[in-house]
Design a protein around this ligand. Structure first.
Ligand code: B12
Length: 253
């Protein structure tokens, strides 16, 4: 059965695919899988090499690469879920590459319903590295994941083993110092630097706006910061930093 799925997924052009039995997926912070899909037995995890856009200093071009891969990945999720329904008679649910996420003051949009890094590691597609990303043996850090949950009885693929070479390039290359502590990303340092037009940027801008006199408000809406916030309103999350991915020397494919 795995071979049939693998053949379908590679036929879509996806770079790699792995399988994890639901019992082998452990993500301490995310909800239990059977609270999302009662009867779940396994996850099919797909790996997509990030485009070279992430190496550009032009943040429109850098983030376009991510938008492209996310759009493609969502379509692969849909097609795989329908293949599992149609060809294998399975129940199947797709997991988003990034959002929607549960948004609240408690989680601050920082916890996915299914942790794709833990899913990828359980499916043998890679292992956590010093940058807290899952490194794929061929693509290194330049890889993103999606997954489809199903009630198919599938065993986990063998673990990838050690992939990170502990060179510390990611730690030294992080402009926010967010990787200073091993095994833990300093989330607010990362998000403040990497997503300046996220919710923090909005709250900060609008607080300043309402407290400003009309002349200052006119100036504020001419500032580039406001124009970028406006764009974020219809694009959604935008990453302005890819350093922990692009500084990683692992993988050449
Ligand atoms: C919310 C989110 C964020 C938040 C919070 C990140 C975080 N710490 O979880 C912010 C906005 C800060 C963020 C940043 C980034 N993100 Co993000 N993010 C997510 C999202 C949507 C949910 C993550 C989640 O559930 N976290 C909560 C739980 C899982 O975290 P946790 O249990 O505390 O685990 C953390 C540590 O304990 C540690 N850890 C856990 N187990 C182990 C085991 C070992 C051995 C080690 C060493 C460490 C370790 O690693 C985690 C990182 O802090 C996922 C998509 C998804 N649904 O999974 C993408 C995702 C994790 N992001 C991704 C990426 C690429 C990024 C960025 C590079 C931004 C960018 N430009 O793309 C940075 C990387 C930051 C970093 N180096 O840690 C990719 C990672 C791909 C990969 N190769 O691993 C994902 C999987 C999206 C995808 N579809 O592929 N992200």
């Amino acid at each position: 059965m795995k071979e049939k799925i693998r053949e379908f997924v590679t036929g879509l052009g996806v770079d790699d695919v792995g399988f994890a039995a639901a019992k082998d997926y452990r993500s301490p912070q995310s909800p239990a899988l059977d609270s999302i899909m009662p009867g779940i037995k396994s996850l099919v995890v797909m790996a997509y090499r990030e485009l070279d856009n992430c190496e550009s200093e032009n943040m429109q071009i850098a983030f376009t690469g991510r938008m492209d891969v996310m759009e493609y990945a969502r379509s692969c999720n849909y097609r795989l879920a329908r293949f599992l329904n149609r060809e294998l008679g399975a129940k199947a649910m797709s997991v988003p590459p990034s959002y929607p996420l549960h948004m609240s003051v408690e989680t601050k949009g920082m916890v996915g319903d299914v942790s794709l890094r833990h899913a990828a590691a359980a499916a043998g597609l890679g292992a956590f590295g010093r940058n807290n990303l899952v490194l794929h043996p061929r693509f290194g850090s330049k890889v993103v994941f999606t997954a489809v949950l199903s009630d198919l009885e599938l065993e986990s693929d063998p673990p990838a083993g050690k992939v990170c070479n502990q060179c510390n390039a990611c730690v030294e290359g992080c402009p926010a110092g967010a990787l200073a502590e091993e095994g833990k990303t300093h989330l607010f340092r990362c998000i403040r630097n990497g997503q300046p037009y996220g919710i923090g940027g909005h709250i900060e801008f609008w607080n300043r706006f309402v407290d400003s006199p009309p002349e200052k408000q006119k100036e504020m809406v001419k500032d580039v910061h406001f124009w970028r916030l406006y764009q974020a309103g219809f694009i959604g999350f935008q990453y302005f930093c890819f350093n922990c991915m692009k500084s990683c020397p692992v993988g050449r494919a």
